[in-house]
Design a protein around this ligand. Structure first.
Ligand code: SF4
Length: 89
């Protein structure tokens, strides 16, 4: 496989922020920013949750295969929980 071909294959173990689809990432960022402040988790907790997602086999190109949500969007909600069993965050 040459370098050009491999660059076209999406990263299966990346979050949206790490994938080159900027338009999709910006759309998800706008959805996160639309969550009322009091319903968003802290930045520290958000990072902790995303670290769990990065290490999770269910993450596929930014999407959680356990629930179909974008991991970054789900992780931003204070009352959300990981849908896996057992929960990872
Ligand atoms: S199962 Fe949980 S840890 Fe895994 S990607 Fe989904 S939300 Fe993240």
């Amino acid at each position: 496989m040459n370098r050009e071909t491999s660059a076209q294959i999406p990263c299966r173990k990346c979050l949206l922020s790490e994938i080159s689809d900027e338009a999709l990432y910006q759309q998800v960022r706008r959805l996160i920013e639309a969550i009322p402040e009091e319903e968003r988790c802290s930045e520290e907790e958000y990072r902790r949750r995303l670290d769990c997602c990065r290490a999770c086999d269910r993450l596929l190109s930014g999407m959680c295969r356990a629930c179909g949500c974008y991991a970054e969007l789900r992780a931003a909600r204070l009352k959300a929980a990981c849908p896996d069993f057992p929960k990872k965050w």
